[in-house]
Design a protein around this ligand. Structure first.
Ligand code: 4AD
Ligand code: MG
Length: 431
């Protein structure tokens, strides 16, 4: 007997196969039992017909509890009514391990309860679909950057420097020294770009942000490309190509998952480069016209502002050239103005917020040194970073895409907590 997975079933129509599975749900009458089976690779309905199996086996099938693990033997048949398209005509069931009183029943549960049971909640169909989309975004990211001549580099997680400002750092001890958990791999990616040309990093980042919003995690994963000899506008082109590529990959390879999640595909189908661009100045003007009297030039945007701007476009939109005072120390000044910098945030459509932050980097030694001093940063910790501007400095740009915000947008998830297996939130480190 061939042991296969649910996802391999389409290649085995008409054959009798064996699968390992958990019972996700069950419906039965006196003559027939429908077992919703899942094995991690997919979901399939197993059909047990009383007249075709032993009495004992039919009784076993009817008595199964949710999440009991099983080996199931049956014939794979086509089933045009289900979205998966296949069914299993069950011939035999072997119980591996029983499950009793599984806490997550098919009825509605509150968010806190589900978050407390995240280790189990991950098994449910929608959570499973979100993890599959997350995986596809990661897979497509590696494909995009490998196909375009980038080298993957891994920045350290224990660091002595703070790229995005010092207020959100997680402090720890490094033997007798002080250390921080990385809030961005950017500075190290810049060093690597001077060695390897075009690089990207992908790793966990940590921010002790006191924001309790549906877009903020304490620990999140960021994809950070960095490119030597690439200027601001050229970086925006890479960003729109990259985002289009990963969204189109999900549309192509996660059809079933997007259907399970009820995502409006027409919205995602439009996501193709080029993306619209508006300057920070224009964005402020636009917001004033829309009646936002609370914001003035020099302020950072909040979620309602970003959503108002995003709602004006079908595509993700770049907001470029923010005031230098609300951005980190390393951003290259605008060539014609000293109050704004060469940067852009990419705002996702439909209110999912900022998914990318990026900029051209200061490459002049003296200017960077001055900015480090103005920001009151510990010069010694940034010595190596400054030295990159001493030995053949070049214009270079890079950006960071937040994976969870992107999963949230693509899957239509209300809150980023459902886009990572085990979210770290303001008041949650369990499970
Ligand atoms: O805009 P940010 O802070 O930019 C940087 O960290 C740069 N050093 C990146 C670079 O240029 N290499 O963060 C980048 C992205 C944001 O656009 C957002 O998508 C995500 O990271 N992000 C968060 N995602 C979830 N929870 C949080 N607390 C996040 N903070 C930022
Ligand atoms: Mg940002």
């Amino acid at each position: 007997m061939k042991k296969i997975t649910i996802q391999e079933m389409p290649k085995h129509v008409g054959e009798t196969v064996k699968i390992g599975a958990w019972l996700a749900n069950k419906r039965s009458s006196g003559k027939i039992a429908f077992l919703q089976l899942r094995d991690g690779t997919g979901f399939v309905q197993g059909v047990v017909v009383k007249a075709e199996v032993s009495e004992e086996m039919f009784a076993t099938a009817k008595g199964l509890h949710q999440e009991t693990s099983l080996y199931v033997i049956g014939e794979v048949t086509e089933d045009t009514r289900s979205s998966f398209g296949y069914e299993l005509q069950v011939k035999d069931i072997e119980v591996i391990s029983e499950s009793h009183d599984y806490p997550i029943t098919p009825k509605e549960h509150g968010t806190e309860f589900l978050m407390d049971n995240r280790h189990l909640w991950l098994r449910s169909k929608k959570q499973h679909a979100k993890m599959k989309v997350r995986n596809e975004l990661i897979r497509a990211t590696y494909e995009f950057f490998n196909d375009n001549g980038f080298v993957k580099m891994d920045p350290p997680i224990l660091t002595a420097s703070a790229p995005e400002g010092t207020s959100e750092l997680f402090h720890t001890k490094y033997f007798d020294e002080d250390a921080f958990l990385s809030q961005s791999g950017q500075l190290y990616a810049e060093a690597a770009a001077m060695a390897l040309g075009k690089v990207f990093s992908f790793g966990p980042t940590f921010r002790a942000e006191k924001s309790k919003t549906r877009r903020h995690l304490i620990e999140f994963w960021m994809i950070e490309p960095e490119m030597a000899f690439v200027e601001h506008d050229e970086s925006l082109e890479v960003q729109e190509q990259f985002v289009s590529y990963i969204v189109q990959s999900v549309l192509k390879n996660c059809k079933l998952e997007l259907e399970i999640l009820g995502r409006d595909l027409s919205k995602l189908e439009k996501v193709k480069a080029p993306f619209p661009r508006i300057s920070y100045d224009e964005a402020i003007e636009f917001l004033h016209k829309e009646g936002f009297d609370d914001i003035k030039w020099g302020d950072d945007f909040g979620a309602p502002h970003e959503t108002a701007i995003a709602n004006h476009f079908d595509l993700p939109v770049f907001i470029t050239c923010y005031p230098k005072d609300i951005k980190p120390f390393y951003m290259q000044p605008h060539p014609d103005r000293d109050d704004v910098v060469l940067c852009a945030d990419l705002i996702a459509p439909e209110g999912y917020g900022e998914i990318i932050g990026g900029s051209e980097r200061i490459w002049d030694y003296d200017l960077l040194k001055q900015r480090i001093q103005e920001h009151g940063l510990d010069e010694e910790a940034y010595n190596w970073y400054l030295e990159l501007r001493k030995y053949g400095s070049v214009p270079h740009s890079g950006f960071g895409l937040g994976l969870e915000r992107t999963v949230s947008w693509v899957t239509g998830a209300e809150h980023v907590r459902e886009t990572i297996p085990f979210p770290r939130l303001l008041n949650r480190i369990y499970p």
